[in-house]
Design a protein around this ligand. Structure first.
Ligand code: ATP
Length: 442
């Protein structure tokens, strides 16, 4: 994991936030490559969950909502983690994390930092508080949302009234969420500001088993077939019945086998019954039932919720794709070479356009023409500095699937060399055929 963290910083994927001021715990910034890769993950999720399904629509709600929402959803009362504090150094810890797997009671455990005694556990609410308007009092308190899902429930009626949807249907949303985690850590795995990709799929009560299985299978298909994550690094962990939240019918985590941390959740799929809509109906006084005209039935739909974190998915993707290859793969270096074997739909840069030399005007201007041709359709990079071997390796490291080299022959035959990241195979393609070639291969 240390290698991955320094790789992400060195190549401009992820930086510690506010690093010039000494950082701030639990916040990260995504650099030029990271922001593009994150966008690719979100675009692929949206395409898979929304655009390719006739019965799923999107939503982009406000981050701050009426605080009553959090009262109704139970977050104000129950969205807590067990907190303990060291009496000596005053560091704070998640009590459940300290106990996990060690077979001891908390009273038998000492502070992992200074061996001091730990205080009794108290419940710590994870919602970040702020104030709306110029007066800071109890009537102006608001919360940064700890999940995107509740805004979907409170818009259920708006969407239903405007979209002519019939059950089963889904409402999906991507957006920032905030949790005042007691112990953020493991790089972007546990942060205080992160992004979620969530969908609420509304179904007829009684059909929850079928749809829970359907979405669990679909979500695994997204990770393996669309993102290209290795099957052996993914597993499903079902929550035992006795550990389920009181309103949940079933719940399963999709876990990734991270370096150092081992198996850890990247997504939760939950069968939530009619809990959320019923609560909002009760607290708002609005009728949130669905009317099935054909059958003349009126009911509060049940819900299946696949809830996935963008940041954890990105970390899993980088861990999965990162390969260190034995020295000299490309024959002109003895150093270990890094190749980021990302699927081309996820790679931040799809095509690197490389003039063989930088001091020959005919070649660089031809290369710029090729860049102008490709870049409106494929995220491309123009790079003329360093030897061609070094430039290939630079692109391999950041996961660029194709390099296009413009050389002296190009000036006569209007063809370029296309190099494949994984096979290092090279083919000669006419410039006029490049768009078709990349449309097929990216
Ligand atoms: P954990 O048990 O690890 O705290 P959770 O079960 O509370 O996670 P959910 O509430 O199910 O997480 O949120 C859905 C998804 O949002 C998670 O699977 C994860 O990908 C992401 N997520 C949740 N909390 C964080 C966080 N603090 N930092 C980054 N991603 C997060």
């Amino acid at each position: 994991m240390e290698k991955i963290v320094s790789f992400c910083k060195r190549k401009g994927f992820i930086f510690q936030s506010s690093s010039i001021y000494g950082g701030i715990g639990g916040f990260y910034d995504y650099g030029p490559l990271g922001s593009q890769m994150k966008k690719n993950i979100k675009d692929n999720w949206w395409n898979f969950m929304v655009n390719t399904r006739a019965n799923v629509v999107g939503l982009d709600s406000a981050i701050i909502v009426n605080p009553k929402v959090w009262e109704a959803s139970g977050h104000l009362e129950n969205f807590t983690d067990p907190l303990t504090e060291c009496r000596k150094c005053h560091k704070r810890f998640r009590a459940d994390h300290l106990i996990e797997g060690c077979g001891l009671e908390l009273s038998q455990i000492k502070c992992p930092e200074c061996n001091g005694d730990l205080m009794d556990v108290r419940n710590f609410n994870l919602m970040l508080k702020t104030f709306i308007g110029p007066v800071e009092d109890s009537s102006s308190i608001a919360y940064l949302r700890p999940e995107t899902a509740q805004a979907i429930f409170i818009n259920f009626k708006n969407v239903l009234d405007t979209q002519r949807l019939k059950i089963p249907f889904g409402i999906a949303q991507i957006g920032k969420a905030f949790r005042n985690e007691i112990t953020p850590g493991n790089f972007v795995f546990r942060t205080r500001e992160f992004e979620q990709m969530e969908m609420e799929f509304f179904i007829k009560p009684g059909e929850q088993e079928k749809w829970f299985k359907y979405w669990l299978d679909e979500r695994i298909r997204w990770y393996t077939d669309i993102l290209g994550i290795k099957k052996e690094n993914l597993r499903i962990k079902e929550t035992p019945k006795e550990d389920l939240a009181h309103y949940a019918i079933a719940c399963a985590d999709i876990e990734y086998n991270f370096p150092s941390m081992g198996w850890s959740e990247i997504e939760g799929v939950a069968s939530r019954g009619d809990y959320d809509l019923s609560q909002h109906e009760k607290y708002s006084g609005e009728d949130l039932k669905y009317f099935d005209e054909a059958k003349g039935e009126k009911y509060i739909p049940y819900v299946i919720e696949p809830s996935c974190g963008v940041d954890r998915t990105m970390l899993a993707l980088i861990c999965d794709a990162y390969e260190e290859l034995e020295k000299g793969r490309s024959g002109d270096s003895n150093a270990t070479e890094i190749v980021l074997k990302l699927n081309s739909n996820i790679s931040p840069i799809k095509i690197a356009v490389l003039p063989l030399v930088k001091n020959k005007e005919e070649i660089t201007s031809k290369a710029k023409q090729v860049f102008n041709l490709l870049s409106p359709c494929f995220v491309s990079e123009y790079d003329e500095t360093g030897t061609i071997g070094k430039r290939y390796r630079r692109q391999d490291e950041i996961g660029t699937p194709f390099c296009v080299t413009i050389d002296f022959d190009t000036l006569n035959d209007n063809a370029v060399t296309v190099r494949n990241r994984d096979t290092m195979g090279q083919e000669r393609i006419l410039i006029k055929d490049l768009m078709e070639y990349f449309n097929k291969n990216v």
